[in-house]
Design a protein around this ligand. Structure first.
Ligand code: NDP
Length: 349
């Protein structure tokens, strides 16, 4: 008889605990509390790298009044890059954050609304797409341009973070030029690492390629290329224990996992090439993607498997991954969105 009230109290505690913890959103959904739909827009852009801002420039000039949400890293990967010297139109180079501010200003000049915030959920099941912002409210959109980019994977060392852009980089094409005639290292054993090492070998005196196993994952042709390059030395079975230097890189501590021997090797540049992760988690099960998470678009276009949703930039490109190529596909996405809307309007007329 006295068990019943206890069980009720326990159940109440359980519900309270669920509410206060990870299931808060679920509890809200179960309680059928509707999130407010704040507005409806013609064109919604997710992401604020070169692809997103270029899409915004074209969409706003076409009168689509785009709304762009910046995401968790406003400006994207270029904001963690120092000098950008390979973007056409900047003959003297430009620092990454400045370049992204220029992109933003140009997009705003034509009426793009740039807002800080994170798209936390998407619902592409209807003709009008729904985007949840910061788990708080919903914006409806006739077209969506996905330009969420990709993030380089890092080793996770404290020194790697501290020396980022001070000798540590994840892009040889962007930063290799600053290490001309010097000794540098690349970590990774995939195609990217081999490509980065080959690229750097043409600029640098010596390149160490740090491979954690006794074999590489890279394609045979890429492996042959690095094995046949005299100024690339492969450090097999090797892991990086630390990147050395206070204000700039001056060496690395490498451990051989077979002999357990540790040694310090002087280098001035340290390139991490252990893969990229496209920022596409929120589209899982909704947009078609490959096994690595890169969004799949129709050949020669930015159309995804969902009508009115277009993908551009590094979120759908695991080959070129350059600011200029991202900007190019951003332009394509805006043109595709504009044509999609024009066709819809013509059908309704
Ligand atoms: P991959 O995932 O193919 O390779 C990552 C490499 O980094 C592997 O050798 C892996 O080692 C190593 N690695 C992962 N984590 C660590 C760590 N914590 N410490 C040390 N090493 C680590 O990524 P890529 O970026 O190289 O390639 C991604 C895709 O893009 C591939 O499909 C590739 O073929 C493609 N690509 C194609 C190019 C081309 O065709 N020109 C150029 C560049 C990429 P392990 O093998 O032990 O797991």
């Amino acid at each position: 008889m006295i068990i019943r009230p206890y069980s009720k109290i326990i159940e109440l505690f359980r519900k309270f605990y669920l509410f206060c913890n990870q299931n808060r959103l679920e509890v809200f959904q179960n309680l059928k509390i509707q999130m407010e739909v704040k507005e409806r827009v013609k064109c919604f852009i997710i992401g604020s790298g070169p692809a997103g801002y270029t899409a915004a420039i074209y969409a706003s000039r076409a009168g689509l009044k785009p709304v762009l949400y910046t995401g968790s890293q406003p400006g994207g990967q270029l904001t963690i890059t120092n000098d950008v010297e390979n973007y056409p139109g900047y003959p003297d180079g430009v620092v990454g954050p400045q370049m992204m501010m220029d992109f933003q200003r140009q997009a705003e000049r034509f009426g793009t609304q740039v807002r800080n915030g994170l798209v936390t959920k998407v619902d592409f099941s209807g003709e009008i797409h729904k985007l949840t912002i910061d788990d708080s409210f919903i914006i409806e959109a006739e077209t969506v341009i996905v330009s969420t980019g990709a993030s380089a994977k890092w080793l996770g060392l404290e020194s790697e973070q501290r020396l980022n852009s001070k000798g540590v980089s994840a892009c040889a094409v962007c930063d290799g030029f600053f290490f001309r005639g010097q000794e540098v290292a690349v970590v990774g054993g995939g195609d990217t690492a081999c490509e980065e090492a080959s690229y750097l070998s043409k600029l640098c005196k010596k390149v160490y390629l740090i491979v954690r196993r006794d074999q590489m994952r890279a394609s045979q042709i890429m492996q042959k290329r690095v094995l046949n390059t005299p100024n690339i030395e492969i450090l097999w079975n090797s892991v990086t224990e630390d990147i050395l230097g206070e204000d700039s890189v001056n060496g690395m501590r490498i451990k051989n996992t077979v002999t357990n021997e540790t040694k310090d090797i002087p280098v001035t540049g340290f390139f991490v090439a252990i893969g990229h992760q496209p920022n596409t988690d929120i589209f899982k099960g909704i947009l078609d993607m490959d096994e690595s998470g890169y969004l799949i678009t129709e050949k020669g276009s930015t159309r995804t498997n969902i009508e009115g949703v277009f993908a551009c930039g590094d979120a759908q490109d695991n080959v070129y991954r350059q600011a200029v190529t991202a900007a190019g596909t951003g332009c394509m996405a805006a043109l595709d969105a504009e044509r999609y809307l024009a066709t819809k309007e013509a059908e309704l007329a």
